[in-house]
Write a new protein. Structure first.
Lengths: 90, 144
């Protein structure tokens, strides 16, 4: 038994890694993904090289332990997105 | 604000009906953690159907394994908030997520399944992950 969600697509409620064409990578719980944007909740952000970690190193650690939320909500425009992956698949 | 018991109680009963003890207060959590001997499984339950709807049946299936924890306990995130906060204080290095599952051996956290490793999996996949961890951490060595 669980709660019910509006039909917001297959990634709704799933923790995803949104890599960008820039230095930032975001990890958060996907609310919805449209042609214009992806909307995330409970978001962590990492910039390439921050704390001595590359984007890949940060994502690898997040896949093992999870993320510390830095932002309640964030909308990322499609043109800024390089890839969207499920964190649980990494 | 906590959820309505009408909504939450059936989700709690999915675990209490198979032997889980609810930890409702910080004192309950501390009493559980003070028992340092043996093995235990803690489920941080939640209302989210995307993940908790797979976690609870996954745990149920995993407990069919030969190696299994001695004690089964649960807190409910978003409902029993103080108990959940206290439970998380015992593994502060790990980012909070719910549902999630923690395995302890002699009070030490030995394995943790965060939400993102539950939400995109089936109950059977969650169970397989847990069974593997039970075998690794809880299997009793054969007498020589």
């Amino acid at each position: 038994m669980g709660t019910f969600h509006q039909d917001k697509g297959e990634l709704h409620g799933i923790t995803v890694v949104v890599d960008t064409v820039g230095d930032e990578v975001y990890i958060g719980r996907c609310d919805e993904m449209t042609e214009e944007r992806i909307l995330l909740h409970d978001v962590d952000v990492h910039r390439d090289g921050e704390d001595g970690r590359s984007k890949d190193e940060y994502v690898e650690r997040a896949a093992r332990f999870g993320i510390w939320k830095k932002l309640e909500q964030l909308a990322i425009p499609t043109e800024a997105i390089a890839s969207v992956r499920r964190l649980g698949d990494l | 604000m906590p959820y309505s018991p009408l909504m939450v109680n059936p989700m709690k009963e999915e675990l209490t009906s198979i032997g889980f003890q609810e930890l409702l207060t910080p004192e309950d959590v501390d009493a559980f953690m003070s028992e340092r001997e043996g093995t235990a499984l803690l489920v941080i339950n939640s209302v989210c159907g995307c993940a908790a709807g797979q976690a609870r049946p996954g745990v149920h299936l995993a407990l069919e394994n030969e190696s299994r924890p001695d004690r089964l306990v649960t807190v409910f995130a978003g409902q029993d908030t103080e108990a959940t906060k206290q439970a998380r204080s015992y593994f502060e290095d790990i980012p909070p997520s719910s549902p999630s599952i923690a395995l302890f051996k002699n009070s030490e956290l030995v394995y943790f399944v965060p939400r993102h490793r539950i939400e995109s999996r089936s109950a059977e996949e969650v169970a397989a992950d847990l069974k593997s961890a039970f075998d690794r951490y809880f299997a009793v060595a054969p007498a020589s």
